[in-house]
Write a protein of this length. Structure first.
Length: 118
């Protein structure tokens, strides 16, 4: 499975950005994806969960999100989205798309840079 992220970029403090991620590859493996989501990694810091969503629509957000971000998923299109509002400089990081199958096989996208200037 390949995960292709798009979106991101540079925005000022308080601005908004969106990310999209498309899964492609073996159709059987894609159908087995249960969890899709986003992680981020800032320079010198560990990778952390931003948000994820199951096939059934159960959502989990990182503690820092505090209502600012919204994850959504279009399973028919094998897509996951992240809308980020009220962005802060501390949100600056590389954002990675993630997918996990029911058999717990994990896949990562190439990362999208999000930069928030103060």
């Amino acid at each position: 499975v390949q995960l292709q992220a798009s979106g991101g970029g540079t925005v000022q403090d308080g601005g908004s950005l969106s990310l999209s991620c498309a899964a492609s590859g073996n159709s059987g493996t894609i159908r087995a994806i249960n969890l899709m989501g986003w992680y981020r990694q800032a320079p010198g810091k560990q990778r952390e969960l931003v948000a994820d969503i199951t096939t059934d629509g159960l959502i989990d957000y990182g503690g820092f999100v505090k209502g600012r971000f919204a994850i959504s998923r279009d399973s028919a299109k094998n897509m996951v989205y992240l809308q980020m509002n009220s962005l802060k400089p501390e949100d600056t990081a590389v954002y990675y798309c993630n997918a996990v199958t029911k058999a717990m096989h994990e896949y990562w996208g190439q990362g999208a840079q999000v930069t928030v200037s103060s």
